[in-house]
Write a protein that binds this ligand. Structure first.
Ligand SMILES: Nc1ncnc2c1ncn2[C@@H]1O[C@H](COP(=O)(O)OP(=O)(O)OP(=O)(O)O)[C@@H](O)[C@H]1O
Ligand SMILES: [Mg+2]
Ligand SMILES: [Zn+2]
Length: 502
């Protein structure tokens, strides 16, 4: 016998088999029992939460020869035929595949013909939001004058795309995402019935990833089971689903907090070599940061999405040195990156730069807001022939110019900003602007020298300074004190501003 996907085998056959959706189930069961059915229902809600399953159960219940307590028996010939898709009076229309024009036209003609085989003719129209306007209008006509012994069940994942005229003619039921517990329990039941050995923690991992969809949860289990057989380890789950374990995430975020670029690069390289996807790494980083944020805010009351029990200690360490604002910013950065990576060729580089940007965020103490506020009130003196400044007031101006430049670059491209922010504005001499990097920031300096990043900076400079400006990147190293520019800088700013303090 061909292998049947778990989610098909585990399609609920009676109302009592349905997980969650209690209100809907109770209301429908009572309506069947008391023969108080409406002629049209609309089921809306997320994918894989039971819409089609319940539509089928309802179709059986109204045609069942023995129905008890509103449940179909699954044993009479009507129930059996419906289960085998050979029942003439249950007609399924998939609006997604052909947008339904012919079917709905056909439906309008045939709907008044009495049921051939059963008691009630049932039309199940799936993905009903995909119908064309014409098909909707045709459907509406039918709903306006519903023939007796016809039941319409419309299902959709996009409730807001259903015209109000249709909504007002249906009884509406909203389907909800299933809870983690509901999914966990069903997965345990399925594992047991199939003699699958799998730890509770792995089941939790799957259910969290399913995000409330039972079909997705069962499909994931199926996929792992197909590859790995009956004994499923935590590693198997991570590998098959392409997930990244929280141990790795803890290291990556730890390295970012310490601004340890070498470790970051190493970790990323090893993960990518193992076949992890850049996008997945960005997403998992966002999830880990989400846990970090909730732990910071709620401590042991936090419900964590990816960090396992034995790594909570690491969270509590990491949380101490970072503000919630920084974590929020880092989450946004990672989500944006995950989104952008989808459409990018240079996935690895984008990820690398985003992580380094995150490190900058998590390391720096100065709040971005302060910088921006400061710069908005003080005018920029850009006619000054020689803008190497001597006194502290002028040094302030230099800070303001620098934060303007940084902001402009940030608006254009966040990763470039991350690289630039590690540098330091030394000054402007003639038409050349000098930006210095400490020795440890070789990576940043070299990346900034690449064409794509320079171009962003050039544009930003033109906007801030009002003219085209040459840029020189230099090292702020002891042994480069010979460098004429640095000498000059020291002359203007004093040793303090230029020296590296490790
Ligand atoms: N509430 C539920 N209780 C038990 N199993 C469920 C539930 N919802 C979904 N499932 C499982 O997922 C499979 C698919 O569910 P179903 O086709 O009913 O989802 P749906 O809401 O119609 O999804 P879609 O919007 O993608 O059509 C079922 O065969 C069953 O295995
Ligand atoms: Mg469906
Ligand atoms: Zn029956």
């Amino acid at each position: 016998m061909a292998y049947l996907a778990l989610y098909r085998v585990w399609r609920p056959q009676q109302f009592i088999d349905v997980v969650g959706q209690e209100k809907t189930v109770t209301a429908l069961k009572n309506a069947v029992r008391e023969s108080k059915l409406s002629h049209a229902y609309l089921f809306s809600g997320p994918r894989g939460t039971g819409k089609t399953s319940i539509a089928k159960i309802l179709a059986k219940a109204v045609n069942c020869e023995l129905k008890e307590q509103g449940e179909p028996c699954n044993d009479c010939s009507s129930c059996k035929d419906i289960n085998n898709n050979t029942f003439m009076d249950v007609i399924e229309i998939d609006a997604a595949s052909n947008r339904g024009i012919d079917e709905i036209r056909d439906l309008r003609e045939k709907v008044r013909v009495l049921p051939a085989q059963g008691k009630v003719k049932v039309y199940i129209i799936d993905e009903v939001h995909m119908l064309t306007t014409e098909a909707f209008n045709a459907l509406l006509k039918t709903l306006e004058e519903p023939p007796s012994s016809v039941l319409f069940i419309l299902a959709t994942t996009e409730h807001r795309k259903i015209p109000p005229t249709i909504l007002s003619r249906c009884q509406n039921y909203t389907f909800h995402r299933l809870t983690d517990d509901e999914i966990v329990n069903r997965l345990k039941q399925v594992a047991k019935a199939n003699s699958i050995e799998i730890e509770d923690e792995s089941i939790k991992t799957i259910s969290r990833r399913a995000d409330g969809g039972m079909r997705d949860a069962l499909s994931m289990l199926d996929q792992i089971y197909t590859y790995k057989g009956n004994n499923i380890t935590k590693r198997d789950v991570m590998d098959v689903l392409g997930l990244i374990d929280d141990e790795f995430m803890a290291k990556l975020v730890g390295a970012s907090i310490n601004n340890d670029i070498i470790l970051i690069t190493k970790l990323l390289d090893s993960a990518l070599k193992e076949g992890k996807e850049s996008q997945q790494i960005a997403k998992e980083t966002a999830l880990y940061l989400r846990d970090l944020l909730f732990y910071k805010l709620l401590k042991e009351k936090a419900v964590l999405s990816t960090v396992s029990e034995h790594n909570i200690k690491i969270l509590s360490e990491q949380e101490k040195s970072i503000t919630k604002e920084k974590i929020l910013e880092a989450i946004k950065l990672m989500l944006d990156t995950a989104e952008r990576i989808k459409f990018s060729d240079g996935q690895k580089h984008l990820l690398e730069i985003a992580i380094i940007n995150m490190a900058t965020l998590l390391t720096s103490n100065k709040s971005e807001k302060e910088e921006i506020n400061k710069q908005q009130h003080i005018p920029l003196d850009n006619d000054n022939e020689d803008q190497f400044q001597k006194n502290s007031e002028k040094n302030d101006t230099k800070d303001i110019i620098w934060s303007k430049i940084l902001k402009e670059v940030k608006d254009k491209k966040i990763p470039t900003h991350a690289l630039l922010a590690q540098g330091k504005l030394i000054g402007l001499k003639g038409d050349t602007l000098y930006i210095g990097y400490k020795k440890g920031y070789k990576f940043h300096k070299e990346k900034m020298e690449e064409k794509q990043n320079r171009e962003i900076l050039d544009q930003a400079l033109e906007e801030v300074l009002g003219k085209k400006i040459e840029v020189q990147f230099i090292f702020l190293d002891d042994n480069q004190y010979n460098d004429i520019i640095v000498k000059k800088a020291i002359e203007y700013f004093g040793e303090e501003a230029v020296e590296i303090k490790e």
